[in-house]
Unconditional design. Structure first.
Length: 271
């Protein structure tokens, strides 16, 4: 069953050994992560399925990382001290591949070291994941509609499981919110972020509105989280949820959104 779902940013600055003094500037986001951590501690899950834009992609296929153990480390950011390991949910990964082989172009991979889009949220939430297994899912070089449809296929598999499953859509919004931002400044950046947050807050129409976003606006915003969010919305399709923004920060010119989707119906039952 799907018991919880979240949208989280993956700024390396959130890791204290990397961000150092700058980590304090993301205090609202850190506190938002703490709220998610507290929720997972209060109601532990068996598996976390995390969707990341920075897993290796293939042109026309989604990928599920079925490694038996995942390594979280940040050596590429100059941090050689922060690291941990989490077990993979090999059984569920292989069952998803087998059950969806006739419905989706899906591959299994076995990359032991997690990409930073997966590693940062999981490291920040690791105190609540001592007895939790991980499945890491990659985006694909496919349309938003394809990601939504794949999310719906995943829902059909996940809601019938006896285990408790949390979904994390990892991704950042626009990278063009300030002149110092990674993509430089564009007024389209804030417009994109505002629309995404506005649409997510209206659960009954969130999927329709986000799928209808202007493609040029999406491109101009230079985001990396929209496909993760859309796949999450597919997983939650026709389930009842009450989204809550836990934090939204733009201090570094990138939109860092943290949101609890707050499932409000029996997750075992299809509406």
């Amino acid at each position: 069953m799907i018991t919880s779902a979240f949208i989280t940013p993956h700024s390396p600055v959130l890791i204290p050994a990397i961000g150092k003094a700058n980590t304090e500037l993301l205090q609202k986001t850190t506190l938002a992560y703490q709220k998610i951590l507290d929720k997972l501690l209060a109601d532990p899950v068996d598996t976390v399925l995390i969707i990341s834009p920075h897993n290796p992609k293939t042109p026309d296929a989604f990928a599920i990382n079925s490694a038996p153990e995942f390594v979280i480390k940040f050596e590429s950011f100059g941090d050689f001290a922060t690291k941990t390991k989490l077990p993979g949910d090999v059984t569920l990964a292989h069952e998803l591949k087998e059950n969806l082989k006739n419905s989706a172009n899906l591959q299994l991979t076995t990359n032991k070291v997690l990409d930073y889009g997966s590693a940062i949220p999981l490291w920040l939430l690791s105190p609540a994941l001592k007895n939790t297994k991980i499945i890491a899912i990659s985006q694909a070089d496919l349309s938003l509609e394809d990601h939504f449809a794949f999310g719906k296929l995943l829902q059909n598999e996940l809601i019938t499981r006896d285990k408790k499953i949390a979904i994390i859509a990892s991704g950042d919004l626009s990278h063009r919110l300030k002149r110092s931002a990674p993509g430089g400044y564009s007024p389209k950046g804030a417009k994109f972020d505002n629309k995404v947050i506005e649409y997510l807050n209206e659960a009954p129409t969130a999927s329709e509105n986000i799928l209808g976003l202007d493609k040029k606006l999406i491109t101009d915003a230079m985001e990396c989280g929209l496909k993760s969010i859309v796949m999450l919305l597919g997983i939650l399709d026709r389930l009842s949820f009450a989204p809550q923004v836990l934090a939204y920060q733009t201090d570094f010119g990138v939109g860092y959104l943290t949101m609890d989707m707050n499932l409000t119906t029996n997750p075992n039952v299809r509406p």
